[in-house]
Design a protein around this ligand. Structure first.
Ligand code: DX5
Ligand code: ZN
Length: 232
């Protein structure tokens, strides 16, 4: 397992995003998670490609763009051109999911599928073999600072099992309520990309919070590793 930390700038000060990115990069962030909301698919509004473009200029790590929007096909190209390295779309919002994933990849980004808490694992269905990552929402999307849904643990395991079954080593990403309390449970369940907003940017020292969260995740990863397994 290769744990990656993806701080979500949703919880950062939007007037100082460059400083926020620099702080978490010093703390070991592997990705920057950007939450795009349209006020329709979720009841909140955030940022568009212009902000992604500005972030791309300052970030040293790849940008992980999570589209919580209706009709994502309309905007994928704009986000990839703006600098998104990873683009994820909600299965609930994409009517031609296989095509959407293929478009993301043809533009040169990696393609993720997101499942809302109420969406069954089986919704991945025929695309399980070709996704680059699966994002399991561990809260209902729309806002930061919500409580981790405990039933997500078994869902992470079931998504991991489904990917393994079809021979896809794509990582499972988790998003919502990830903090020092919950990180061990999601890593134990098989999550490898960890999004965290409030736990990092709500802390007095986001750099230290990122470092501590990643270290906590790594401890659980190590304890999971089978005897004799090669280091991740
Ligand atoms: C929620 C977003 C999350 C959010 C997580 O809809 O997708 O990425 O920033 O925030 P926390 O970590 O505060 O739950
Ligand atoms: Zn997100």
């Amino acid at each position: 397992m290769n744990i990656r930390l993806a701080p979500s700038i949703l919880a950062a000060d939007f007037a100082a995003l460059g400083e926020a990115v620099a702080a978490v990069e010093r703390g070991g962030a592997d990705l920057i998670h950007v939450d795009v909301m349209d006020g329709h698919f979720v009841p909140n509004l955030t940022v568009g490609p212009a902000v992604v473009r500005s972030l791309r200029r300052v970030a040293r790590v790849p940008l992980d763009v999570h589209l919580m929007i209706e009709d994502p096909d309309r905007y994928i190209e704009a986000f990839v051109q703006a600098g998104a390295a990873m683009v994820s779309v909600h299965v609930e919002a994409a009517s031609h999911l296989q095509q959407t994933l293929s478009v993301i990849r043809s533009l040169g980004a990696t393609a993720g599928v997101v499942l809302n808490p109420a969406t069954p694992v089986g919704a991945l269905g025929e695309v399980a073999a070709e996704v680059d990552y699966v994002l399991v929402m561990t809260v209902n999307p729309g806002f930061g600072g919500q409580t981790f849904l405990a039933q997500s643990e078994s869902k992470i395991r079931r998504v991991r099992a489904l990917l393994d079954e079809v021979g896809n080593q794509a990582p499972v990403e988790v998003d919502g309520g990830i903090d020092l309390e919950t990180v061990g449970r999601v890593v134990a369940a098989g999550a490898e990309i960890l999004v965290a907003g409030s736990a990092i940017f709500g802390a007095p020292d986001p750099e230290a919070a990122a470092r501590n969260l990643k270290a906590a995740a790594a401890r659980h990863r190590v304890s999971l590793r089978a005897p004799g397994a090669l280091p991740a």
